[in-house]
Design a protein around this ligand. Structure first.
Ligand code: URA
Length: 240
C-alpha cells in the first residue's frame, strides 16, 4: 500500500504534519538511501526503508503513542470544557484512537493512545491491576499518621464498595507524595487525599505499567518501540 511521506512521518509519531514537512524539506529524510524532499512522495512503507536523521523508522500498522500529557487537555474523544488530547496527535489517526484510561484536564504525564482496542480494554481492566504511579503535590505536608492510615486502611471512595488502598505511598518531600495505585477510578488520587483533608495542587503520572516518561517533555510524544509493544502485550496476557 502506497503512502505519502509526510503522512507516514506523522503517523510514526515524528510530530505534526507541519513539523514533518519541514523535516522533509530540510533534507533529513531518506528513502532507501536517497534524500527525498517531496513531502507528497508516494512509497510503500512495508517495502521501502525510511530514515530520519539517520535513524530507521520501522513501520507499524497499529499505533501506540506514549504522550506526556500537558495540562489543559481532556482525555475524551471530543472537545468539551477543554480540547481533547486527540488534537495533539496526527489528525489521520484520530478516528481510530483509543485513550488508555483517563487523566484529568489538569493532570500531566504518561498517557497511552492506541488503535488497539483489545490492548486498551486489557490495560484498563480492574482485574489485571496494572500499576499507575503518580506524584501528587499537596496543599500541606502529609503527616506520617495519615500516610500510614491511607496506606494500611485505604479509603472507601464509592458508597457500598470496599476500601481501596494504594500499593505504595512514599514521601518525596513534605508536600510531595509518590503514590502507586492499581485501580483506575474517577479522580482516584484527588479523592483519596481529599478524604484525609488534603487538596492535590498538582498531579503528574510518572508511570503506567513499565511505561515511563523518559525524556518526553510536556506535550511531547513518541511511538512505542516494537519491543515495548511486545512487552505491553505480554503484560496483559496477549499473544500478539
Ligand atoms: N486520579 C486523579 O485524581 N486524577 C487523575 O487525573 C488521575 C488519577
Amino acid at each position: 500500500m502506497k503512502m505519502r511521506l509526510d503522512r507516514f512521518l506523522s503517523e510514526m509519531g515524528v510530530g505534526t504534519r507541519k513539523h514533518c514537512k519541514k523535516a522533509i524539506r530540510s533534507e533529513k529524510v531518506l528513502i532507501d538511501g536517497n534524500i527525498i524532499t517531496d513531502e507528497g512522495f508516494l512509497f510503500d512503507p512495508e517495502k521501502n526503508k525510511v530514515t530520519l536523521d539517520g535513524k530507521l523508522l520501522t513501520y507499524q500498522r497499529e499505533f501506540y503513542i506514549l504522550m506526556n500529557k500537558p495540562q489543559g487537555y481532556m482525555c475524551s474523544t471530543i472537545d468539551e470544557l477543554y480540547p481533547s488530547v486527540l488534537n495533539l496527535i496526527d489528525p489521520s489517526l484520530k478516528k481510530r484512537a483509543r485513550i488508555v484510561g483517563r487523566l484529568d484536564a489538569d493532570t500531566t504525564g504518561v498517557l497511552l493512545i492506541t488503535d488497539n482496542g483489545k490492548l486498551n480494554n486489557r490495560l484498563i481492566h480492574p482485574n489485571l491491576g496494572i500499576e499507575k504511579e503518580y506524584v501528587a503535590e499537596l496543599n500541606h505536608p502529609l503527616g506520617e499518621k495519615d500516610r500510614l492510615k491511607l496506606l494500611l486502611e485505604g479509603v472507601v471512595l464509592d458508597e457500598g464498595e470496599e476500601a481501596i488502598k494504594p500499593a505504595s505511598l512514599t514521601l518525596l518531600s513534605p508536600l510531595e507524595a509518590d503514590i502507586i495505585v492499581k485501580e483506575g477510578k474517577y479522580h482516584e488520587i484527588k479523592r483519596m487525599f481529599h478524604r484525609f483533608g488534603y487538596d492535590v495542587m498538582s498531579l503528574r503520572r510518572i508511570r503506567l505499567g513499565f511505561l515511563v516518561l523518559g525524556d518526553l517533555k510536556e506535550g511531547e510524544m513518541r511511538n512505542l518501540s516494537p519491543e515495548e509493544v511486545l512487552n505491553l502485550k505480554k503484560l496483559v496476557g496477549m499473544e500478539s
